[in-house]
Design a protein. Structure first.
Length: 695
């Protein structure tokens, strides 16, 4: 490679196994499509977990909890549920569940398994993610779902009684919902000795997990225990690795712009290296779209014509997901530009080169300021190793790290911090309350959250009227808020709209807020996008603007052409419509009347305030640069340039979320009248009277 690079000394762990490698050496990139059943069966048998089939089934039979550790791509997710089904765990109407932290992974592995079993997706093999249920109450035997959805299912069925085995997959990620789920499953096990847990993880930090699941006191003596049920000690099984060596390269000097560095690295691989697909790890949709666009511009250049550039992030439409998995045509080279979803959740065949920018989007929460941010932050060394490992799937590969070796060794942390220790816990705490766990501080967590974050969550729930003085869920408000599968602040906004006569509008807003963005990201045509936004812009703010977009979309008969003309993301709008329908159904079930305010925007603004009063801010009186201060904690915040209120700067606003770049920016902002704050949240504002006299 160019003089940019120097070979590193680091070898990714779990990649040194020679044994299984030979089998795959001559295999060209394999894809699911176009292969008959026999081939699919052969493919299954070649996966490392296949050799452990008997061992896995024996351990599950004899242990309440089995922990399976195996490198990404070894077949844990797609094979273990099938083994369990073949062994009879889904007989008698029972269901095998397999959870994933990510929605896209759920969809993708479910369709893969349905294909392998030659059944129609949604029947014997199904999946459920929030707002999308492709499963059948009677037919589905293997069900993939997000860990968040399984938590929700506990509200109707606290012991998850229809499941015989629950496989908690990707446990190494330590996502917030995974940890809460593990805590609750441990409790369920005590009540349901026949339930089996399989915890699967791509890394070897399984010991602490095993200890967590083995601390249970035995009620009977050991002999009796054996007679009556499975061992309560957790078993650990390690599926040996099978990847090829991956040569790691580092930058000699830090890259000033990782997007540019990404693009030039990809082009230089394409120029100099033999065929083989490239996987790039970037941070989020914005970055990814930008990189795709830059590469596509280059791909017009005849020199780079062999490049097929594809984005991969959650929320990607199904058709685009399929492209990721379809085989690369001969003579072409696929470049997949992904979030860390491709780190361990999804295995792409055919990858030989990995470009790792060293960053991912991570949640950070400060319970003192009560601010949660999604920030681009350095990954851990463990993640960097996982990413590198993706290059060694079909033959020895290469990984280009867009940072220095020194940075890797001295700056990156060894492991990531569990998400539960860096998240706002409002949603989790209300769910635990709804499940009857009253002593939140005494809950047996797999990793303890900070007491400050827990207390903060209780305070917020109290101010929303969801819990009472004894920290018990209020009836009906608390139960209703818990029931709506959205952030409690958004749920509260919907509840408030009932009394204000604008539930139709507010549900539309909630649906749009649940979508990442309804605008087409338009690098290079920002001006046109701004002009398009102006066509819908409402003086009151972004929420009302969403209503205008929604109205326009419906009036256009939901036309894709109309969306294209207005820089609106058609798929996002379709999704918003679907979510809206589901929310309307939930609202009706909860006794919220569906009513339109017929243009009484004040009612809508009040409803938003009723949910988001804690995010109220006022413009600093002598600020010339649009600086706001939050009422609660006096943080400096600014309106995000993407907001229709950017540069408009009304005196009082509430916002939905903050993003932090060079400053703290408020996203989705609406102007309010400060007198509403005491009206909708007397509890919250009784000590911090917002002073309307500041202006
Ligand atoms: O869970 P783990 O990382 O251990 O492996 P897996 O996801 O079960 O993947 C096993 C095999 O299935 C790999 O060769 C994947 O490439 C393949 N697979 C696929 O072709 N399409 C999918 N949608 C999912 C998996
Ligand atoms: Mg997996």
């Amino acid at each position: 490679m160019s003089k940019f690079w120097k070979p590193g000394t680091e070898r990714p762990r779990l990649l040194d196994d020679e044994e299984g490698g030979v089998l795959f050496y001559s295999a060209s990139p394999i894809s699911s499509s176009g292969y008959g059943y026999a081939n699919m069966e052969k493919q299954r048998q070649r996966l490392p977990v296949y050799k452990y089939r008997t061992a896995i089934l024996y351990l599950v039979e004899t242990h309440a909890t089995t922990i399976v550790v195996g490198e990404t791509g070894s077949g844990k997710t797609t094979q273990i549920p099938q083994f369990l089904k073949e062994a009879g765990w889904a007989e008698g109407g029972r269901v095998i569940a397999c959870t994933q932290p990510r929605r896209l992974a759920v969809q993708s592995v479910a369709s893969r398994v349905a294909e392998e079993m030659e059944v129609k997706l949604g029947e014997e093999v199904g999946y459920t993610i929030r707002f999308e249920d492709i499963s059948h109450t009677d037919l589905t035997r293997i069900k993939f779902l997000t860990d968040g959805v399984l938590l929700r299912e506990m509200m109707d069925d606290p012991l998850l009684s229809k499941y015989s085995v629950i496989m908690v997959d990707e446990a190494h990620e330590r996502s917030l919902s995974t940890d809460i789920l593990l805590g609750l499953l441990k409790k369920i096990q005590r009540r349901r000795p026949e339930l089996r847990l399989v915890i699967s993880s791509a890394t070897i930090e399984a010991k602490s997990m095993a200890a967590y699941f083995s601390t249970r006191k035995r009620r009977h003596g050991p002999a009796e225990n054996m007679k009556h049920g499975p061992s309560t000690e957790a078993a650990i099984l390690s599926v040996e690795g099978r990847g090829f060596n991956v040569e790691v390269f580092y930058l000699e000097d830090p890259a000033p712009d990782y997007l540019q560095a990404t693009v030039s690295t990809v082009l230089s691989i394409h120029d100099r290296e033999p065929m083989g697909d490239i996987l790039v790890f970037l941070t989020g949709q914005d970055d990814i779209d930008a990189a795709v666009q830059l590469l596509l511009e280059e791909a017009h250049n005849s020199r780079y014509q062999g490049l097929i550039v594809l984005p991969l992030y959650s929320g990607l439409p199904r058709a685009d997901q399929d492209l990721i998995f379809s085989p690369t045509p001969r003579g072409k080279r696929k470049v997949v530009i992904s979030t860390n979803i491709a780190e361990t959740s999804l295995t792409l065949e055919g990858i030989v080169y990995v470009v790792d920018t060293g960053f991912s989007k991570q949640r950070f929460y400060n319970p003192i300021s009560d601010i949660e941010n999604l920030v681009v932050a350095p990954i851990s060394r463990a993640s960097a190793r996982q990413r590198a490992g993706r290059a060694g799937r079909i033959r020895p590969g290469k990984c280009y790290r867009l940072y220095t070796e020194e940075y890797f060794l001295n700056e990156m942390s060894a492991e990531g911090v569990p998400e539960i220790q860096r998240s706002n816990l409002v949603s989790s705490v209300i769910q635990l309350k709804a499940l009857g766990i009253d002593n939140i501080l005494g809950f047996d967590w797999p990793a303890s959250p900070s007491p400050e974050a827990l207390i903060r969550a209780l305070e917020v729930l109290y101010s929303l009227g969801a819990i009472d003085d004894d920290a018990k869920l209020t009836s009906p408000a608390g139960f209703q808020i818990a029931e709506i599968p959205l952030d409690p602040m958004i749920s509260k906004m919907i509840l408030a709209s009932n009394g204000l006569g604008c539930s139709e509008e507010v549900i539309t807003i909630a649906a749009v807020l649940s979508i990442q963005s309804i605008w087409v990201s338009a690098r290079g045509s920002e001006k046109e996008l701004d002009e398009a936004k102006l066509r819908f812009a409402a003086a009151e703010g972004d929420h009302v603007t969403f209503l205008n977009v929604y109205k326009g979309f419906v009036q256009s008969s939901k036309s894709a052409k109309w969306c294209h003309k207005n820089f609106i993301n058609y798929h996002a709008m379709r999704k918003a419509l679907e979510v809206r329908e589901q929310l309307r159904r939930i609202a009706q079930r909860l006794g919220i009347g569906l009513k339109s305010c017929e243009g009484d925007i004040q009612a809508v603004r009040k409803s938003v305030t009723a949910g988001f009063f804690a995010n109220a801010c006022h413009l600093e009186p002598y600020s010339h640069n649009g600086m706001y201060k939050t009422i609660g904690t006096s943080q400096e915040v600014y309106i995000h340039p993407s907001s229709v209120l950017f540069r408009v700067n009304p005196k009082w606003v509430v916002y939905n979320s903050l993003v932090s770049t060079d400053r703290q920016y408020m996203r989705n902002v609406i102007s309010i009248d400060p007198s509403w704050l005491t009206e909708v949240a007397p509890h919250f504002y009784q000590h911090k009277q917002p002073n309307p006299m500041v202006h």
